[in-house]
Design a protein around this ligand. Sequence first.
Ligand SMILES: Cc1cc2nc3c(=O)[nH]c(=O)nc-3n(C[C@H](O)[C@H](O)[C@H](O)COP(=O)(O)OP(=O)(O)OC[C@H]3O[C@@H](n4cnc5c(N)ncnc54)[C@H](O)[C@@H]3O)c2cc1C
Ligand SMILES: NC(=O)c1ccc[n+]([C@@H]2O[C@H](COP(=O)([O-])OP(=O)(O)OC[C@H]3O[C@@H](n4cnc5c(N)ncnc54)[C@H](OP(=O)(O)O)[C@@H]3O)[C@@H](O)[C@H]2O)c1
Length: 249
Amino acid sequence: MWIEGEVVGRVDWNDKLFSLQIRADIQPFIAGQFIKLSQVINDKRVARAYSIVNAPGGDLIEVLAVSVEEGQLSPNLQQLKVGDKLDVSPKASGFMTLEEIPETSFSGKQLWLLATGTAVGPFISMLETDEPWCRFETVVLVYGVRLAEDLAYKEQLLQLERRYPNQFKLVFSVTRETLPEAIQSRISTGIQSGEIQKLAGVEITPQNSQVMLCGNPDMISDTNKILLDMGLAKNLRRAPGQITVEKYW
Ligand SMILES: Cc1cc2nc3c(=O)[nH]c(=O)nc-3n(C[C@H](O)[C@H](O)[C@H](O)COP(=O)(O)OP(=O)(O)OC[C@H]3O[C@@H](n4cnc5c(N)ncnc54)[C@H](O)[C@@H]3O)c2cc1C
Ligand SMILES: NC(=O)c1ccc[n+]([C@@H]2O[C@H](COP(=O)([O-])OP(=O)(O)OC[C@H]3O[C@@H](n4cnc5c(N)ncnc54)[C@H](OP(=O)(O)O)[C@@H]3O)[C@@H](O)[C@H]2O)c1
């Protein structure tokens, strides 16, 4: 059920937000999937899901996590040092992958990736593969956080913007402070008002867009309602649509 993982690197983005690089012999995964990390705490096994941030193919897995106050596992993960061991699920799971997006007339010219907080991770994994760039004319990532210091992987994202200057649109939403390079509206509000589409230079339409949403469940339900009003539909295997979601809690 569990294999041993070893922490081989870590990055502290701020006093709550951190990334762990873990060496563990997991089976091949698909960008967008998650693994489970686990520890036995007070004689009880605690296991939680964490999306993989790096692209498939390397020999490490990287996760981005926030230490949740009063949380059972995440404060322990934050304490891990290089050389520490933890349990890892041997196989990644999850359906928020580009494979699940249909290759039909609904397939979409634009891929919209909407993330709050740590949920930027699985989208970075996808953006570091060739697939989104081969399949979509435009890829928009909207990354919503409370504060500028919560923008993990900002440099890597700006590098992707330089690598795909005509194809990649990067929109930061920083809701609790004013930042020149970010909008201050929440993702839901920014889409409802059209502020985000204007910045990205593309519209969201059922004919042309595929939208993936990940992270805070309230952001997902609020934004989902707005997308349904715009004529988009949930993407199901038996009925292809345009909206694919993964709620973190
Ligand atoms: C498919 C999936 C993928 C996930 N991927 C990640 C990931 O890549 N990184 C990550 O940090 N978490 C991720 N999570 C959440 C993670 O599994 C844990 O729930 C989280 O680390 C809290 O665990 P805990 O035991 O410390 O807190 P718990 O005691 O389980 O407390 C849970 C509470 O913490 C809050 N919470 C949980 N996750 C987050 C979060 N990411 N950001 C803000 N608040 C949160 C919510 O209020 C939730 O009700 C994912 C969850 C799912 C279902
Ligand atoms: N980030 C921190 O500074 C900090 C500090 C201490 C502890 N924590 C821990 O981290 C957890 C959450 O932190 P987080 O900042 O990563 O995630 P978060 O609370 O999910 O916030 C991330 C972004 O999602 C937005 N959002 C929230 N509800 C939304 C909705 N209904 N529709 C659209 N957007 C919505 C937030 O906007 P709003 O700002 O408008 O809510 C914010 O921009 C907390 O549970 C806490 O335990 C974080």
